[in-house]
Design a protein around this ligand. Structure first.
Ligand code: PMP
Length: 435
């Protein structure tokens, strides 16, 4: 069979794609460029056009990192096998990972994605006291597997998300301190309401076996949870025998700059942590870390086995990504360049009324566009058009939040100050000249 050549033709590739890749899988842009290479915080298309990638939180250490390429090539040529064998790399990586977490969290499960990590975390929590009920935060995304999808209620991914939850999923309001129902000094009421829901579930004899939340509100562009929020809800859930599950898939791993993990910002220690994305720099790698006691309890329900989870190659990827984050001081760069970028983005608000606010910390930023700073009417169509226009001038960025009016700014953590300037200057120009 002769297939039409798509060597350099993005439109022809889309046509081929529509014929074979199931269309439930969305992709960025109406007319997406055909990407052929990546390098640091840049992407290159088939016409050799270079784009600045300020979106790609998966590629934490940068595209095509030579150290990662070398380490993976070496490990592939030595050994890659299923995880039931006894080999060094999985032990080295698990030790490194658990050393990054509070002492109590020292039992590591390695999987292949964020969805798997969340799914396993919820299974482990279910096994703890045999309680199926889960409390989750609305407007969150946690994955596509049965359990991780069950607790995902972001309407950006599924307009019927809230009305189609299984009966054992209970939700509380998203603690959005910018546009949610409680703001400013009233923000502590989100925790009060969540605690009341925990108590209601316990009184109804359906106590939550787990409370799952992102530790920094990611879907809305990286809004810090109200002070004391996780502490209050974790304590309430634990009081009734449930476990606190932290989804660090997006916000963890140094991206927030000041904190390696989002839960540190809240001053809490979860019972179970789910992590993925950044840890593999795009390689399928995820992890669940919990206490030995909780892990042993899960073990008593049977074996856990993931063929490629924690394979020699995956473990080497995980180790190398951590080496690079440390040696290239990428978390420090998230503090310095991230706060510089945030300041420059915030300054755009002085000249462009469309800029509502800039959320986030480090290299997890969200620039929210509103039509009116009083009513906070979401500038949804404008945001989409701005993203298209930015693509035309060589910047890759996409909207997030249930209103799709927040630019999600999560660049590879090697982003330079010059690249930060290039992004803000381009955005400034688009906001000035129109989209
Ligand atoms: N949790 C969060 C907070 C996420 O953002 C995502 C992915 N967007 C997932 C879980 C699922 O991760 P994956 O796509 O690797 O399955």
């Amino acid at each position: 069979q002769t297939l039409p050549s798509t060597d350099r033709d993005s439109a022809a590739l889309i046509a081929r794609r529509r014929g074979t890749v199931a269309d439930a899988q969305e992709f960025y842009y109406d007319e997406p460029p055909m990407m052929v290479r990546g390098w640091k915080e840049y992407l290159v298309d088939a016409d050799a056009r270079v784009y600045l990638d300020v979106l790609n939180n998966v590629t934490s250490i940068g595209h095509a990192h030579p150290r990662l390429v070398d380490a993976v090539t070496r490990q592939w040529s030595l050994l890659n096998t299923n995880s039931r064998f006894n080999y060094l790399e999985v032990v080295d990586f698990s030790e490194r990972l658990s050393a990054l977490l509070p002492d109590a969290l020292s039992s590591v499960f390695l999987v292949n994605s964020g969805s798997e990590a969340v799914d396993l975390a919820l299974r482990i929590a279910r096994a703890w006291k045999g309680r199926p009920d889960v409390l989750a935060v609305r407007e969150a995304y946690h994955g596509w597997t049965y359990l991780s999808d069950a607790v995902s209620t972001s309407i950006a991914d599924n307009p019927d998300a809230l009305s189609t939850r299984p009966h054992w999923v209970h939700t509380v309001d998203a603690p959005n301190t910018y546009r949610g129902k409680y703001r400013g000094t009233e923000s502590s009421r989100y925790a009060d309401e969540a605690v009341a829901e925990v108590e209601r579930l316990a009184a109804a004899e359906t106590p939550a076996g787990a409370f799952i939340a992102e530790t920094f509100y990611g879907n809305a562009g990286g809004i810090a949870l109200p002070d004391g929020y996780l502490d209050a809800v974790y304590n309430a859930v634990r009081k009734h025998g449930g476990l606190a599950v932290a989804d660090e898939v997006q916000v963890g791993y140094g991206r927030l700059g000041e904190w390696f993990w989002g839960f540190e910002q809240q001053g809490v220690v979860p019972d179970i942590v789910a992590v993925a994305k950044a840890m593999g720099n795009g390689h399928p790698l995820g992890a669940v870390i919990t206490t030995p006691e909780i892990a042993a309890h899960y073990r008593s329900q049977g074996y856990f086995f993931s063929s490629a989870g924690g394979s020699p190659v995956s473990s080497v990827v995980g180790l190398t990504v951590l080496d690079v984050i440390r040696d290239e001081k990428l978390q420090e760069n998230a503090v310095e360049t991230g706060s510089y970028l945030k300041k420059r983005l915030a300054a755009l608000g002085e000249r462009h009324p469309l800029v509502g606010t800039v959320h986030g910390s480090g290299f997890y930023l969200g620039l929210e566009f509103v039509r009116d700073r009083e009513t906070l009417e979401p500038a949804t169509e404008e945001t989409e058009a701005i993203c298209e226009r930015l693509r035309e001038v060589g910047i890759i960025v996409q909207p997030t939040s249930d209103h799709q009016c927040v630019l999600k700014i999560k660049p590879p953590m090697c982003l330079t100050r010059a690249s930060a300037d290039a992004f803000v200057d381009a955005l400034d120009q688009v906001l000035t000249t129109g989209w």
